[in-house]
Design a protein around this ligand. Structure first.
Ligand SMILES: [Zn+2]
Length: 304
């Protein structure tokens, strides 16, 4: 077992370290640091760091957190296991991508940061985007990408220098921003590589959603993988602070199967296992529902 070093974090908007109020104490266990914990879409286990809210910006964050290099290593080793929901995710994300058309976005080039197996890149291509590019740290996810898209994906953590200045008409981040250690650095990189007049589309958890407010610490979003948690106001504040013009922000209705929703419900494990088995046997688990599960979206533009 590798030793875990915890570091103080700062508010990504105002950059202050201690100007924050504690929301939840850490229920942290060093055993939690395994690649399995950092696998996308695993069963929620409610392990989390101490969570605080900035007194000035209201941005929610984990504080302190483990060494970013150590966690980056875990992301690289993580497995990609949400294939059964990929079709629904592609449709949900595609619907939000279509909103960029209303703002007059160009379609020559698009980048997805944290693209997994590239399913959304295929979706973007089907919606008329020309040069589709992805960045994804998990090697096993990239290996699962269709052959025609795999060479469009850089297997790495997003960092400055991967793409030239002013490359993209659009940059997408789906369920990624919550996991980023240094959102300020990411904002600068995105601002640099998007074209003047280009767009950013984000979709991630909403810490002010009804489900999150009702479930509090038991919400699946209060999770060791989430270094920051946003609401429509704080995500708009973050992007504005780094020069973007926020065009739209609001709640998301996602398309999910009943089985997937059941996995997210906080039930004792044996009970959940029985319920999932019942849904599987009766095929009810495949039932498709569109529900506002507590995500937000935001569209921002780099000024011309
Ligand atoms: Zn702040």
């Amino acid at each position: 077992m590798t030793a875990v070093h915890l570091h103080a974090t700062s508010c990504a908007i105002c950059q202050t370290e201690n100007n924050a109020t504690e929301l939840y104490r850490a229920n942290f266990d060093p055993e939690a640091f395994s690649p399995a914990v950092f696998s996308a879409r695993r069963m929620p286990d409610r392990i989390h760091y101490r969570m605080v809210r900035c007194n000035t910006c209201e941005l929610v964050r984990s504080d302190p957190v483990a060494d970013p290099a150590q966690v980056a290593d875990l992301y690289r080793q993580s497995t990609f296991d949400y294939s059964q929901e990929v079709e629904n995710l592609a449709r949900t994300y595609g619907a939000y991508l279509a909103r960029l058309d209303r703002h007059g976005a160009g379609k020559e080039s698009i980048l997805e940061i944290g693209c997994g197996n590239g399913f959304f890149l295929m979706q973007a291509r089907s919606q008329g985007y020309g040069d589709v590019r992805g960045v994804e740290p998990s090697r096993s996810a990239v290996e699962l990408a269709p052959a025609e898209i795999r060479d469009r994906i850089v297997c790495a953590m997003m960092r400055p220098g991967l793409f030239p200045t002013g490359t993209f008409d659009a940059i997408c981040l789906f369920q990624v921003l919550d996991h980023i250690f240094d959102p300020a650095a990411l904002m600068k990189t995105c601002f640099d590589i998007v074209k003047p007049g280009g767009f950013i589309l984000c979709l991630n958890h909403n810490v002010e959603a009804l489900s999150a407010r009702l479930m509090k610490e038991r919400s699946p979003i209060i999770d060791i993988e989430h270094t920051y948690l946003y609401c429509p106001e704080t995500i708009a504040r973050l992007f504005s602070r780094f020069g973007f013009q926020v065009k739209e922000t609001g709640g998301v209705r996602n398309r999910y199967s009943l089985s997937y929703l059941m996995r997210l419900i906080p039930l004792p494990a044996p009970l959940k296992k029985m319920a999932l088995a019942a849904l599987d046997i009766t095929h009810l688990g495949r039932l498709q529902l569109r529900v506002p599960l507590g995500n937000l979206y935001m569209i921002a533009q780099k000024p011309f």
